[in-house]
Design a protein around this ligand. Sequence first.
Ligand code: 4AZ
Length: 274
Amino acid sequence: MPSLLGLALPLLGSLVVLVAPGKVPERAGIVGGQQAPRNKWPWQVSLRMQHIYWVHFCGGSLIHPQWVLTAAHCLGPGIQEPTGLRVQLREQNLYYEDQLRPVNRIIVHPSYYTAQDGADIALLELQEPANLSSHVQVINLPPRSETFPPGTPCWVTGWGDINDDISLPPPFPLKQVKVPIVENSQCDAMYHMDISTGDNVQIVKDSMMCAGTVKKDSCQGDSGGPLTCRMNGTWLQAGVVSWGEGCAHPNRPGIYTRVTSFLDWIHQYVPKEL
Ligand code: 4AZ
């Protein structure tokens, strides 16, 4: 059972989010979908920032026992001190069984400026490698050649908002939703609908990918979390939750950092074997 403090503090955090938008980190979320079964998504992590309590502000994924993959916009572009940051490995209900882990290094992609510009990717090195177990596992990165075409079965997971500006209610269960992949040129065409930006200006870059519908999407605070796809019986991380116009809006699929575009950069830091 959670302590009274454990219940009260997240509620207080929700109030703070309501009265002081912009003063606290954004919340994560999933639109549509369901509560995740306890034995699924063992690579999902929660990033915590010191506030009134260690508040969730972004998702991430364990890609090696000592390394977490997340979005740069969760951390940068400025220099961030690892002292104010903690990582919670797979937890069913946020805050209920916290075992927060300190971080050695925060590595934001050097080309990152804003999520819309691209390179929205970052790495966190944990102070100690995690002990892998039935509920804590690493997610495999895809081979360079994998394109994740439309029709690929992919899911996005997180503790973020359940719709525009509606945060996940207590007990903050991890959520999952199956999201269809939207091919890049189609997604770019959709993002040009109802705006004045010229068709010659590429909104959805090659190093991004799209997934989602008007009922199923990631949302504020799911950022940094994984888009994972089941390919020939193994789960691969295709994307990192990055941006989008609102959540589950018509003609505005969720936009993800395309992991295959950053494999060399990741492997500059993360060993290929465990
Ligand atoms: C955000 O602001 C955000 N619908 C995350 C995901 C999506 C939109 C916005 C995708 O963190």
